[in-house]
Design a binder for this molecule. Structure first.
Ligand SMILES: C[S@@+](CC[C@H](N)C(=O)[O-])C[C@H]1O[C@@H](n2cnc3c(N)ncnc32)[C@H](O)[C@@H]1O
Length: 186
């Protein structure tokens, strides 16, 4: 093998290694939901976001949390209505995008995006919780919300029902739930 061929192959190998590392750094955060027991990133349509906020009557007095907040579109839309709105998201790239979205929309002060696992995040301070989850997690999520949220808290789910709660309102795949009072037997 000529020195030229060896140099060329070494360069190709280095380039391939670089692309692999780059792809891993870029794409691994999108695989995190699988490890963190959650839904992959599928953003809500703009009209659906507005329908979710309408369903929960989100306004200037609301303290909202989006569980698995993706690119931040729900908290940012809520903040544009004057609400204080937070997002918890496992993917650090999406947290970064969310913060830029909030900044560009002029609502940075009304929003907070945290990078973390929704299963260990304390949701008790909020009066509206939104979620676009997956069928298999809704049972576990219902238990968490029931443990931590005050009765009367509004919970809006897109596409997936909670297994035992009944929605008080349902419109084109957007369900509004109100956290019930604990049962006397519990
Ligand atoms: C279906 S997307 C919804 C995004 C956003 N809420 C919306 O409606 O446009 C679900 C999001 O939850 C995030 N996620 C999944 N599991 C999570 C976990 N355990 N903790 C925090 N975020 C999680 C995913 O990374 C993804 O961005």
């Amino acid at each position: 093998m000529s020195p030229f061929t060896i140099a060329f192959l070494t360069l190709v190998l280095i380039a391939m290694l670089f692309i692999l590392v780059f792809a891993a750094v870029l794409l691994t955060p999108f695989a995190l939901p699988l490890l963190a027991f959650g839904a992959p990133f599928i953003p809500s349509a703009g009209k659906t976001v507005e329908r979710m906020l309408d369903a929960a009557s989100v306004g200037p007095t609301t303290r909202l949390l989006d569980l698995g907040s993706g690119d931040g579109r729900i908290p940012v839309a809520a903040a544009k209505r004057g609400a204080r709105a937070d997002g918890i998201e496992v993917n650090p790239w999406l947290v970064w995008v969310s913060r830029q979205r909030a900044r560009l929309s002029g609502v940075r002060e009304l929003t907070a995006f945290k990078c973390g696992n929704l299963w260990t995040y304390d949701v008790s301070a909020y009066d509206v919780v939104t979620v676009y989850g997956l069928g298999p997690i809704m049972g576990k999520l219902e238990q968490k919300l029931l443990r931590e949220l005050r009765p009367g808290t509004r919970v809006v789910s897109q596409a997936f029902h909670f297994p035992t709660w009944r929605p008080v309102r349902e419109d084109r795949g957007v369900m509004l739930y109100v956290v019930p009072k604990p049962s006397v037997a519990a």
